[in-house]
Design a protein around this ligand. Sequence first.
Ligand code: GLA
Length: 327
Amino acid sequence: MTSLKEVYKDYFDIGAAVWPAAPKTHAELLKQHFSSITCENVMKPALIHPERERYDFEKADALVDFAIQNGMKMRGHTLVWHNQTPGWFFKKSDGSDVSREELLTAMTEHMKTVVERYKGKVYCWDVVNEALSDSSGGFLRDTPWLRIVGEDFLDHAFRAAHEADPDALLFYNDYNESDPEKRDRMYALVKGLKERGVPIHGIGLQGHWYINHPPMEQVREAIEKYASLGVILHVTEMDISVFDWDDRRTDLKEPEPWMFEAQAETYGKLFELFREYRDVVKNVTTWGVADDYSWLDNFPQKGRKNWPMLFDVNHNPKPAFERIIKF
Ligand code: GLA
């Protein structure tokens, strides 16, 4: 079978998000098609640093080893986020908030330990994840990072990550990246960081998309706008849901006949766009490997099966795969 990473070797890396069992359950697909992996969860603060004095590196180490053994690049995900971050970062044992200084110290120590450990093995990091607000009102999202540290928490995060590994490429990562309002905020955020001399090298476009959304023109405009900042772009968490965002039906046990064709069309157009912008798009990662395992089986509707990947539940290539290898 044609290898996806071979087809794209002159364009960009092809990545997949993986979990601890994936090197066994999805070994063949991973080895044949992917040149980069990201830990779906095990490098997140809640899993790698569950208590102030306790780190748990075992699962992340194993995935890093798998990447090295198979000549794959490893993306680091993620360091500063409001989700999947243990409460001890933000609260004292009496339940009150830690101080700004205490939170910045915890952040720096976390980066020093985690980023330094994987120096030379993890080539890039999603340093800050989802710091922008969704509503058009506020600029930054209301999180403990913002409340306790203030708006400069991003500056501190990128500087600390850079200090821990000066060779790592550092990313700001977020979703709804092509929505015009959020896009303009993301542009302004990264522009500000760059103007202040903060070390940031890339923007991560999560790419949680749908068969009919977003409009291709908006994705193109977003790519152009971000690229004008002189940063590189990674598509970090791509999947294409077969359901629209507000379609919450739960009765579908098998995909409807038209769905995989429509999905192939969307994957095809997006990959065409990424190829066109290969000077700035350097990695395209799917958030999973095949349809037998996806976070979308539980989001936005718990227990509702979705089929968002390039390979089906039996690990066979779907129409979307066939579409993106032909150009
Ligand atoms: C966000 C995060 C990811 C992951 C997905 C859902 O996009 O960045 O780490 O949690 O949500 O799985």
